[in-house]
Design a protein around this ligand. Sequence first.
Ligand code: HEC
Ligand code: HEC
Length: 461
Amino acid sequence: MKGACPLSLAAWIFLIGAGGVRAADAIAAPAKKTDEAAIERGKQALLGRSFNPPAFSLKAYDRVWKQWGTEKEAPADYERRLREHYGLHLAPYPNGKLPMGLREARGLLGKGLTTDCLACHGGSIFGKSYVGLPNSSLDYHALIEDLSRADELPVNMPFRFTTVRGTTEAGAMAVYLFSIRDADLQLRSPPLDLGLKDDMCEDAPAWWLLKKKKTMYHHGGMDARSVRSLMQFMLTPLNGKHVFEREEKTFRDIQAYLLSLEPPRYPLPIDRPLAQRGEKLFAEHCARCHGTYGDQPTYPNRIVPLEEIGTDPTRYRGLSKQFNEHYYATWFGEESLGPRGERRRATETGGYQAPPLDGIWATAPYFHNGSVPTVYHVLNSKARPTIFTRSYQTDQSAYDAVNLGWKVQVLKKGGEAQGTAFERRKVYDTTQPGRGNRGHPYGDKLTDSERFALLEYLKTL
Ligand code: HEC
Ligand code: HEC
């Protein structure tokens, strides 16, 4: 087979991209009271079913260690070693020996292996796994490349799936999947030119935040009520349009389940008087964008213009106008979202959405591109490390409880250029495209004592 093979390439892609864009304020919040039965059905579907045919053989899992180049035979504690190698986590639901993000699927030729939403949306912290906690350890590129090699499939990745470990090129995957479909969702060749970019370094948002949002994705470009946008991963070539139509109600249930998720609580002691001081500072400096918490929470759903927020603009600019137009020309864009069946068209939001901060202690690294390792560094832009790496472990010893986030090892310039591509992806170099760590100066004028009070308050969310 010559060149990129859309069949094998797209068969594994599970993805959510960012579709069109629209102004935030005109939209009603997603329904909060969702019925219990729908939540349970959604949970069963998300954690129990696969929506794509197998992309790999089951044997690929057993022999993928041969691709690591470090082992003479399969390591004794294989399951754990495999999880650590790719940055996957124990499944907190029945999944055989497989970690979250991989699952058995049935296809025309029998059983096989496929990936699912939890590869990116299932993580662990302090030794416990959570559905909806962003996976900040994952090397998705290595996972897909190695499983393909283990199956002797053509390995000719049309773009990088992970540019830097812990982030994914989810947007590029969406663009790619749409580029091989016509507006009526029939497969097409050659692919449309939708301006695919693979340097957006996207950090997935925590799923428990969705219930507060009117718009979703980092740029707030999609109505948070959209169900069809959650189905983009199913655009693998083997799924025809009827599959989307048939499964839309399943994804409505999956959305109900996502809206029911809650963040994990901070597991270490909290200094309450200090947190109260932090709460006042938060009201003064942060609440106008990030909302208020407690019994009667508020969330302003603010999208802050790029020039004002100052964080890396690559993600915002990375999804082209052609892509938005094509998305809205398909079945995905025909979705009725309002009570009167209104349809939404793309407009530019021009910025990034200030996310709710519930469970923020657990979702390091920070910003849409994961460029800042701790909350302390979010609040002190001058102290942010330029080039760094970390263990990509998620147990307590990897956690920086002083600064709230991951412990990092700061590297000198040039450190990024060494070793294999796999090793190089472990280095976060903020001087590279899409990885800038500037902007969000709102904590810069605070004193350290004020910052630590704020951190203490944030632990309570
Ligand atoms: C390859 C990694 C990956 C996979 C697989 C994946 N996602 Fe995502 N998801 C992301 C990233 C990254 C974002 C943020 C996109 C952006 O705005 O740039 C995201 C965004 C989202 C959002 C919006 C969250 C918000 O608050 O803005 C939802 C909801 C979502 N994904 C659901 C799903 C579901 C359901 C699946 C499986 C059917 C899935 N995702 C599969 C990486 C992934
Ligand atoms: C003018 C609006 C605004 C103000 C004021 C503001 N923020 Fe933000 N904040 C944002 C936006 C927008 C982002 C997302 C930026 C990005 O991802 O590129 C963000 C991101 C963050 C993040 C990272 C979230 C994540 O999941 O990655 C934290 C933590 C945060 N802000 C805390 C604070 C605190 C604490 C304050 C008060 C000192 C504050 N912010 C003030 C707009 C604001």
